[in-house]
Design a protein. Sequence first.
Length: 168
Amino acid sequence: MVVMGVDPGSRCTGFGVVAETSGQLQLVAAGCVRLEAEEAVSLRLARLFAETQRWIQRCQPGVVAVESVFTAKNAASALKLGQARGAILAACGQCGVPVVGYEPTVVKKAVTGVGGAAKEQVRFMVGQLLRSATCWPLDAADALAVAICHLNTSRLARLAGQRVGVEL
């Protein structure tokens, strides 16, 4: 199973792709799309849409796991994050890839054991789980954590005969 995790952001969106073979996790790809703050919102969203499609076409995931929008400190931040997430979901829909969502605390707990873990701790644990150096940007590490969360959740759900995640 190949899962693409996405950590949406209005300025920087993390992408991470993880494969699971016989219970072993393997890093496929990780990176970030950085968007220019000076650029018009419509152009940033179009670029995010196109970059998401490019990642899907390149990595061919069976599912995309996206981190849910957290409650931001102000409405403007939540709106911008929601718009970025919408561009990502639309790209997944256009490519015909199913999408599931996970709350940030669920992702952190699945990877570190603590729902309020710091980004640096998430990156460290992702590196341990993938047996890889932890040189990724924090947003890419968060995206890898979302993918790992989905793979672990899927494995347990299959054993219990249940559905996985919140399908979007």
